[in-house]
Design a binder for this molecule. Structure first.
Ligand code: FAD
Length: 286
């Protein structure tokens, strides 16, 4: 590993000042489960690493406020998976957090790190898209909100501006009942990124929100507002056609070593149909 300076700021303004001073030569460290690997393998070589763990304003927290559930950026997967408010209103996010890596990884891996790393395979991305999350960013110009659907650009790149960091991820509390589920396909259990990740949510108005990842440069959200997909009594052929249309933005890379494009697309359809059934069932059980 090459050498770098290490900073451990105590406040958010200090972090922003450090980012301003060092620009692209700085990297933020949250849980380190992505960053440390990339420092070790030499794909990243920042001059300074800024540790977020002692920043007072960023201490891990899950809070309900103003009709939203705010999850602090440094909150780890273990805490998200176990939180009763997440499990009550955002079950698919709890399910996604519960399958990230292993127990050890989940005890370190943060929600902010998961989305800022911007892997197309990030497990929390599909549920955050389905639930219409907003990313709260802080930077030299103050604080702003970014809809999660506008956050991901491609692997490793987000729409954060230079000098910005994520302070929280906010989920609007549901105004309509929704049944939702997160599913994934990986080569083996645990310790592996998924070949396909998918979240499906069906609400009482009949809307279906389907988000999927690992089948293109960034996670995708597709919505059916016709009510047909969520209606088990609608003609099967029409439902199959709508479901197929929701997958049109899938474009898996042929260069991936994890799975071929044909396999990913086949799994996407299988998982999509399965998740849709589960989401409808969960809505009925609500
Ligand atoms: C063995 C193993 C298995 C894994 N399995 C999975 C899996 O199944 N599913 C999955 O989704 N991921 C998996 N991962 C990836 C990783 O654990 C997650 O992406 C994790 O959530 C990253 O969070 P972190 O806090 O460790 O991020 P870090 O490594 O600290 O940071 C990741 C990136 O985000 C930036 N960053 C961090 N926090 C912020 C912030 N607040 N604002 C702006 N930028 C920030 C960092 O600068 C860095 O570029 C796995 C990793 C390992 C090593």
């Amino acid at each position: 590993m090459h050498t770098f300076a290490y900073e451990r700021p105590a406040t958010l303004p200090e972090v922003v000042a450090l980012l301003g001073r060092h620009g692209t030569d700085a990297r933020l460290l949250a849980g380190g489960t992505d960053l440390i690997i990339r420092l070790r393998d030499g794909t990243l070589h920042p001059g300074v690493v800024i540790d977020l763990k002692r920043v007072a304003e960023l201490c891990p927290a899950i809070r309900e406020e103003d009709g939203r559930l705010a999850i602090g950026a440094t909150t780890v997967m273990t805490d998200i998976a176990a939180d009763p408010r997440v499990r009550r209103d955002f079950m698919a996010l709890a399910e996604a957090a519960a399958v990230v890596g292993s127990v050890q990884i989940r005890n370190r891996a943060t929600l902010g790190g998961n989305i800022c790393n911007a892997s197309p395979a990030a497990d929390t991305a599909p549920p955050l898209l389905v639930y219409g999350a907003e990313v709260v960013a802080a930077g030299p110009g103050g604080s702003r909100r970014i809809p999660i659907a506008d956050f991901f650009v491609r692997s490793g790149q987000t729409t954060l501006e230079p000098g910005e960091l994520v302070t929280a991820i906010e989920l609007p509390l549901p105004r309509r009942r929704m049944g939702a589920v997160h599913v994934r396909r990986s080569r083996r259990r645990g310790h592996d990124l998924a070949s396909v990740t998918l979240c499906c949510g069906v609400d009482e108005a009949g809307w279906t929100r389907l988000a999927y990842g690992s089948v293109g440069p960034r996670p995708v959200l597709a919505v059916d507002e016709s009510g047909m997909l969520a209606d088990p009594d609608a003609p099967e052929a029409a439902r199959a056609e709508i479901l197929e249309r929701l997958f049109t933005d899938a474009s898996p890379s042929p260069r991936s070593m994890r799975a071929s494009p044909a396999y990913r697309l086949a799994m996407l359809r299988t998982l999509g149909a399965r998740a849709l059934r589960t989401a409808i069932q969960r809505l009925a059980e609500e």
